[in-house]
Ligand binder design. Sequence first.
Ligand code: SAM
Ligand code: SF4
Length: 333
Amino acid sequence: MQCEGPLVDRFGRVHDNLRLSVTDRCNLRCFYCMPEEAVQFRQRSEILQFEEIERFVRISVALGVRRLRITGGEPLVRAGLPALVRQLAAIPGVADLAMTTNGLLLAEHAAPLRAAGLQRLNISLDSLRETTFRRIARRDGLARVLAGIDAAVQAGFDKIRLNTVAIRGITESEVIALAEYALAHAMELRFIEFMPLDADSNWHSQYVLPGAVIRAQLEQRFGPLVPVTREDRSQPAVDYALADSGGRIGFINPVTEPFCGDCSRLRITAEGQVRNCLFSTVEWDARALLRQGASDEQVADLVRHCIGAKKAGHGIDSPEFIRPRRAMYQLGG
Ligand code: SAM
Ligand code: SF4
């Protein structure tokens, strides 16, 4: 194969990190992501098959991709996912294989995913109160998510992290309980600022709860948070150690402290559209190539073009910012 990396953009950023959405379907309806009713999902025939995903990943790995994260929609609603994990884990050059999930189906899937070669899990958990969980997710399910977290611990993943979307007016009253839960389970917790990617377009900057506010709240309860040196500059989170307990809490602050300057991410949507940014308004159609008998080199060229067109940053804070037409569940968060 003539496809060679690395994938370097106009700003010298090397792309070795691929976010792979495997479905736009979901068993929750989080208000910051999906519409509540009448969701327009892609037809099954539009969604990439496992063989197509595997081929795209092989080509990406030849271009220098080393880290994969499976996401969605909710990846665990895609039938047979452990089989895909097994296929991807077997690709030489894949050094890190992770997944982001809402945890609802983890109790049954954690062990098979681990056995198939999944290394790390991020589990989304915004609240430990059923009423707040339902207010956000617009479905029941907190008890199932907590059972899923327990099953993931039993399955022995290399690392499990909890992700919380930070929303003003909701998250403030959850911060301490979530941190205590994470500490008790020896897991890292990360707060992610609410981004303008909700399907209902209700996002407003006033709903963003800045990481700095949460940090101050945590320091009042747990004492000083000590910054942890970032081993990997492209890692978007700023992590802190709790001086007293030794736990770790991180912040991904894409709105108040954009980290685009070190971005190393490439994305492919469930229906095979390649993107260079969550906030990009342009996509490159890999599915058409994969289904029209294109060579690996032609697919690699498309990926290079996509990375070559990457902008310096997402520009959420700029007056010229245009929201992407598609919401988080359609992009792969
Ligand atoms: N369904 C899975 C889940 O919820 O973990 C995976 C897909 S979800 C789109 C990936 C991550 O994006 C989750 O942690 C979710 O909380 C986060 N997310 C979704 N919409 C967001 C938004 N508008 N701003 C910030 N994070 C968001
Ligand atoms: Fe589903 Fe995840 Fe979006 Fe919530 S954030 S609606 S769980 S895809």
